[in-house]
Design a protein around this ligand. Structure first.
Ligand code: SAM
Length: 203
């Protein structure tokens, strides 16, 4: 399938993105795009950047790549793997300019909270893959998960660039994802967060 990048096949190693895209350009990554089109819109708006979507559901990957092909986008690829594999093995140090994660599964029960994506390992890998001026965008409707995101990333030395509290506006980049639209229709609070890594001196 055009646009599908399988680690160990189309992607020979974490530093292979320039070969995959046929050029070197700033990299924007989204984890868990689901059925949403945010990354495709970014790719259309920013032809000078390359875009990688990470999603473990193969049907959503297929839909994403069909939409990318219909739009004639050449600067977008899908990595059909888990966030753990993508962040752990598919990006070189300081390779990613923007990382977006919108409405990751909230795992609301306490005994399932360990399954949440934003954990110390996630913070370590994001810190590793982001460029010195790179940024991490997050959104959730789940207040306990919002608190966990702020705690985990704060403890890892990230700096929050937005005031805390539910955001009144649609997504920071002018796009409300499918889950943002769904939760807003149901009257849920939405929390947008934006982080950069602190203490970058000497990198
Ligand atoms: C709740 S949906 C949000 C979809 C989209 N971001 C939105 O806001 O409309 C979460 C998506 O993340 C994907 N996902 C969950 N855990 C993942 C993981 N560990 N690695 C990759 N994708 C994951 C799911 O398959 C699902 O498509």
């Amino acid at each position: 399938m055009p646009g599908l990048v399988v680690p160990g096949s189309e992607l020979a190693g974490p530093a292979d993105w320039s070969r995959v895209f046929g050029r070197t350009a700033p990299l924007t990554v989204e984890i868990g795009f689901g059925k949403d089109t945010f990354l495709l819109e970014q790719a259309a708006e920013h032809p000078d950047r390359d875009h990688v979507g990470v999603e473990r559901d193969p049907h959503r990957v297929e839909l994403f790549l069909e939409r990318a092909a219909k739009r004639g986008l050449t600067n977008v690829r899908a990595l059909p793997v888990s966030a753990e594999l993508a962040l752990g093995s598919c990006f070189a140090d300081c390779a990613v300019h923007e990382l977006h994660v919108y409405f990751p599964d909230p795992w609301p029960k306490d005994r399932h909270a360990r399954n949440r994506l934003v954990q110390p390992w996630f913070a370590r890998e994001v810190e590793r893959v982001l460029t010195a001026d790179g940024v991490l965008f997050l959104a959730t409707d789940a207040r306990p998960y919002r608190d966990q995101m702020l705690d985990v990333l704060g403890a890892a030395g990230f700096t929050s660039l937005l005031a805390e509290g539910p955001s009144q506006n649609a997504a920071l980049l002018g796009h409300a994802t499918r889950f943002e639209q769904l939760w807003r229709e149901r009257g849920r609070e939405i929390h947008h967060m934006l982080f950069r890594v602190g203490g970058r001196a000497g990198r």
